[in-house]
Design a protein around this ligand. Structure first.
Ligand SMILES: [Ca+2]
Ligand SMILES: [Ca+2]
Ligand SMILES: [Ca+2]
Ligand SMILES: [Ca+2]
Length: 332
């Protein structure tokens, strides 16, 4: 229920219009903004994919029930000439399950009943039907409309080492535990501020906002048995930005931590108070993901080569044995 509330807040927070090629609805689903362009010009999957790429995007990856819901809402507002629109997978029947065009496996599916059925083994592309919004595998050369997606960070992400950290500031006032749960429901955790650089980045984010709340929960707490202050991700406390006189643990129950929306210093605070909060989403950068995919490809090629070599050697040995036997029989 909380996650639905957050979701609605986020949706109402951002409804942007951008791009020169006509209005594109942009919606913040996770920490990123997702802009969609629904096109009713019928073309093949490959052509649709190319057009999306030319516009710095890709055919849509529908990765969560929320994203499906957003798209369904957008599609319901329109009439289509085609019975379906292409979405971003031409690899529905990959050996280890369907994959999006970026190599990621499906984390959410909405197949129609009996699909993907792949009759005649030519339905490798994925489409979303315009009448019931269910998905189906279909032959890639057919002509359909399509949906492009573009992902924007809205400047809420920064890269530390190889990891990209994205942050979402939420102004709903809830307890520390509820906030912690809400962050995990949208795939993150309460923010861990573990360096001056991270504090500075979050401060920059907060300075761009107008706040209706005085404090935001962050992921530091003393809730675990040893009564030591740790981060929600289990990391030790190596950096802090306490306000003057804090943490004062008054009156001995201030086990959680907030960051001030006015001077960005920290204060220990009673966990059952109601505050806004900041979620953090560590993400592996796109570059690393590509490398992982490449390694997998290299591995599968090497593996196939090994099997081929193995079969070849055994065939040669068997042929030699038969030949020897034949010669031996001829001689005797
Ligand atoms: Ca998506
Ligand atoms: Ca099908
Ligand atoms: Ca962090
Ligand atoms: Ca305090």
């Amino acid at each position: 229920m909380i996650s639905q509330h957050i979701f609605n807040t986020i949706i109402s927070f951002l409804l942007l219009t951008r791009g020169s090629g006509g209005a594109k609805p942009c919606i913040s689903i996770d920490v990123r903004g997702h802009c969609y362009q629904i096109v009713d010009t019928n073309t093949t999957w490959a052509a649709a994919s190319r057009i999306c790429k030319e516009n710095d995007g890709h055919l849509i990856f529908i990765e969560t029930a929320e994203e499906q819901q957003v798209i369904k809402g957008q599609m319901q507002k329109r009439n289509f000439t085609a019975d379906a629109l292409w979405i971003g997978s031409a690899n529905v029947h990959a050996e280890d399950g369907p994959r999006w065009q970026n190599g990621e496996s499906f984390t959410y599916v909405n197949w129609a009943k009996g699909e993907p059925n792949n009759p005649r083994e030519e339905e490798t592309c994925a489409e979303i039907r315009t009448y019931d919004f269910k998905w189906n595998d279909k032959s890639c050369t057919l002509h359909k409309g399509y949906i492009c997606e573009k992902t924007d960070d809205f400047n809420t992400c920064t890269t530390v080492g190889n990891i990209r950290h994205c942050y979402q500031i939420v102004q709903d006032e809830i307890t520390w535990l509820q906030a912690s749960k809400s962050c995990s429901q949208i795939g993150g955790m309460l923010v861990t501020i573990e360096s001056i650089a991270e504090q500075q980045f979050i401060k920059d984010q907060m300075q761009n906002k107008t706040f209706t709340v005085e404090g935001l929960w962050i992921g530091a707490n003393k809730l675990h048995p040893e009564n030591q202050r740790t981060w929600a991700n289990g990391h030790r406390f190596t950096y802090a930005n306490w306000a003057k006189g804090e943490p004062n643990n008054k009156p001995y129950v201030e086990n959680c931590t907030e960051i001030s929306t006015s001077d960005f210093t920290w204060n220990d605070q009673e966990c059952s108070n109601q505050k806004g909060y900041i979620c953090e989403f560590p993400r592996v950068s796109l570059k690393i993901r590509t490398n992982i995919i490449d390694n997998r490809k290299i591995f599968s090629i090497t593996y196939r080569h090994l099997i081929f070599a193995y079969v070849l050697i055994w065939s040669i040995m068997f042929a030699t044995y038969v030949l020897h036997k034949h010669i031996h029989e001829m001689q005797s």
